[in-house]
Design a protein around this ligand. Sequence first.
Ligand SMILES: [Ca+2]
Ligand SMILES: [Ca+2]
Ligand SMILES: [Ca+2]
Length: 131
Amino acid sequence: MLLGCQTMETQADRSKFHAADTNGDGKLTLEEVHNAELPRIFKSVDYNQDGRVSLAEVRDIGPGFDQRKMAEYDRNGNGSVSYDEFYKVQVIKGSIKNRFDAADANGDGFVTLKEADARVQFLQAQAAGTL
Ligand SMILES: [Ca+2]
Ligand SMILES: [Ca+2]
Ligand SMILES: [Ca+2]
């Protein structure tokens, strides 16, 4: 994850940050973070790489995933979830937005490398129990 991590890093991952910063202005917008993270998550679920996620595929990683949850993503009701549907639902759910807002310390709508570093350090301290 770009704005959170499980290892003992004290800096945000530079290569990930710059890869996500598609317009190269040195800061990330929420859209840039979505475009960096969501394809990766989608691909990790789409086992057969056909660009659609079926209920059988999601069940492999989340046994609790049922028809009702599937229907939440499958907006046109054709039985599988396209990347487009996945993207829209993730944006509505706002799980990445919550992490983005937490990292955007000054609330200007951009996450700078400095803010990303501060967020990583905060999460590390929290994980280590020093906060
Ligand atoms: Ca940018
Ligand atoms: Ca598939
Ligand atoms: Ca900011």
